[in-house]
Write a protein that binds this ligand. Structure first.
Ligand SMILES: NCc1[nH]cc(CCC(=O)O)c1CC(=O)O
Length: 304
């Protein structure tokens, strides 16, 4: 029988996510055979440069996408957060798996809460989104770049003079590190990244067989929420390396989307929200409100 090939990055988190997809598929189709195909992406190889300086869209996705286009893979499993808002021609996201906790968490060295950190505390993060929002909350914090997979980041925290690091709750939980979390950061102080916490499956557009196969894994509320977030990002032409946060919630088919854009020094921070039933329209509406409040000048300043 033909084996169905599932592409994934080879980090511990990516492998966990791909294994999870494989186990869900095996439950739905016990007679089919699935195989993981681990690959390294450019983002896994360049580790000494902050992502915002590499500035390459699809840093964590391109090699897998080439595998889909050349028919070496039948599907690719990604953290949705790492996916550009515009995909290469011929590819599509077929499946948005049910979202894990979308918020960010703070992991401190000695279990000290963020609000109790001393003046000038040192925070590890390379994310402009996290840095800007923390700067806004506490201008005295000092930031050091922190890249690498989750194990590397945790090790750097324990071995350096950092007071704490900020990570996505989803990744921390999937690795079984829940007990390392000092606190979940509330969304009014740390709005998460577009798509954070959702696992997305990408396929070649013409593979209707694979799309059909994957349909039990799609989670409709997650899909509506992350489509709204990605619409906002697309409208602002954000890419993953700008200080944009967005989080949508779906209640009774109504999508409420909150968005945030901040300057790198955290001095300017604007927020907007909207509610509706069409994810693309809700995303565009929040983007337009942010633009009215000055989002474009903030983003232009960052891009130069
Ligand atoms: N940028 C890397 C990345 N991509 C997805 C996750 C977490 C898992 C998820 O959001 O689904 C992480 C780690 C982090 O930001 O802490």
């Amino acid at each position: 029988m033909k084996t169905i090939r599932i592409g994934t990055r080879d980090s511990l988190l990516a492998m966990w996510q791909a294994e999870w997809v494989k186990s869900q598929l095996t439950k739905s189709y016990p007679r089919l055979h699935f195989e993981l195909v681990p690959m390294k992406t450019k983002g896994d190889k360049i580790l000494d440069v902050p992502l915002s300086k590499i500035g390459d869209k699809g840093l964590f996705t391109k090699e897998l996408e080439q595998g889909l286009l050349s028919d070496e893979l039948d599907m690719a499993v990604h953290s949705l957060k790492d996916m550009p808002t515009l995909l290469p021609k011929g590819l599509t996201i077929s499946t948005f798996c049910e979202r894990e906790e979308p918020r960010d968490v703070f992991l401190s060295k000695n279990g000290i809460a963020l609000e109790d950190l001393p003046t000038g505390a040192i925070i590890g993060t390379s994310s402009l989104r996290r840095k800007s929002q923390l700067k806004h909350y506490r201008p005295d914090f000092v930031f050091v770049d922190l890249r690498g997979n989750l194990q590397t980041r945790w090790r750097k925290l324990t071995e350096s003079n950092m007071d704490g690091i900020v990570l996505a709750a989803a990744g921390v939980k999937r690795l079984g590190w829940g007990d390392r979390i000092t606190q979940i950061l509330p969304e009014n102080m740390m709005l998460s990244a577009v798509g954070q916490g959702s696992i997305a499956i990408e396929i070649a557009e013409q593979r209707s067989d694979i799309r059909e196969l994957l349909s039990p894994l799609n989670h409709i509320e997650t899909e509506l929420a992350v489509r709204a977030e990605r619409s906002l990002m697309r409208k602002l032409e954000g890419g993953c390396q700008v200080p944009i946060g967005a989080l949508a919630q779906v209640v009774n088919e109504q999508i409420t989307l909150r968005g945030m854009v901040a300057s790198l020094d955290g001095v300017r921070l604007i927020k907007a929200e909207a509610t509706g039933i069409d994810p693309d329209a809700v995303g565009i509406e929040v983007a337009e409100r942010l633009v009215e409040l000055g989002a474009l000048s903030i983003l232009a300043e960052i891009r130069t």
